[in-house]
Design a protein around this ligand. Structure first.
Ligand SMILES: [Zn+2]
Length: 68
């Protein structure tokens, strides 16, 4: 039972890609997360990483053949 739970948790963690709210702030604007830090010093890199991951996933999904 605990093994199943571990697997489930792992899957959730991998699938969970939280996209930043759109539109994204400018580099020198305050970050959308409310930290009071400029976007470029806060979530800019993380957002770019997340968005590229999401794009990869979408492309992979679009390219994969439909089975069944
Ligand atoms: Zn932030």
């Amino acid at each position: 039972m605990s093994l199943l739970r571990k697997l489930f948790k792992k899957n959730v963690a991998v699938e969970e890609l939280q996209a930043p709210p759109m539109p994204l702030p400018q580099r020198n604007d305050l970050c959308w997360c409310g930290s009071g830090t400029k976007y470029k010093k806060c979530h800019l890199e993380e957002d770019q990483h997340t968005l590229s991951r999401i794009r990869e996933k979408e492309q992979a999904a679009a390219c994969s053949p439909v089975l069944g």
